[in-house]
Design a protein around this ligand. Sequence first.
Ligand SMILES: Nc1ncnc2c1ncn2[C@@H]1O[C@H](COP(=O)(O)OP(=O)(O)OP(=O)(O)O)[C@@H](O)[C@H]1O
Length: 263
Amino acid sequence: MTQPLLLDVRGLDGGYEPLQIFRKIDLQLAQGGAVGLFGPNGHGKTTFLRTLSGIIDPWDGNIFFEGVQLNRPGPRGSRRWRNFNYDAVTRRRMDAKAVARAGLIHVPQGNLLFPDMTVAETLSIAPYASSGRASASERLDYVFHLFPRVKERRTSKIRFLSGGERQMVAIGVGLMAAPKLLILDEPTLGLSPKLRGELSEAILTIRQSGVPLIVVDQDIAFLESLIDVLYLFDHGRISRRIEKADMPTHEEIMKLMFGEDHQ
Ligand SMILES: Nc1ncnc2c1ncn2[C@@H]1O[C@H](COP(=O)(O)OP(=O)(O)OP(=O)(O)O)[C@@H](O)[C@H]1O
């Protein structure tokens, strides 16, 4: 019997009612694979990732994780029905906790950690650390091994950390959940070149240790070092799927997305 894909997204539509942000997204991720999403700011990548992790509900389409459908139809499945029945029961088609418990872990863009908690406290309340996939202390050792800086700063409050250190802690929180798929949304955004290099290396190590990834980033070379397949995301649609062997240069991708005249 063939193994199911790790993630199989079929015809996904979604957004912030009534505003549709993305449409007809198809994305497949093989077991053990890694994909990158690349596209201009504001075209809906983050909204798509928030939908995958169950923070917002899809409007249409399906999400399968290890062959199991994550989005469950409401009492009447269609979007039209939900528009007539605007209540939580019919709208809630994804369960973010169940998604995380299944092993799909999303490290969101930006700093969403609690400023007055220490690093150690933050890592200790990571979701489902005792999910059975690895013990919490093993996970903590792994995070400290990957990010020695985080280990050094474990008694510091989050508010006293630099942006890069916070990002390392945020990824650490994701790793504490022993992810079967880790989603990283612009992990190196706004970091100094030095921290960016440090973080990129750590993410590469995570990848080399076999953790499947979905990564959004604006740096094609960084994505290329991590992924097997690149999806170009353009005005809420996947405009192209590119295998690693055919990976264009940054310049070529700019031309593909914006035409010959881009600056
Ligand atoms: N909570 C929200 N309610 C309504 N509209 C939103 C909300 N969050 C984002 N948007 C809008 O959805 C569109 C897509 O934003 P999104 O953050 O998904 O894009 P993105 O491609 O990830 O860009 P970026 O890299 O800048 O985050 C934008 O026009 C944005 O203003």
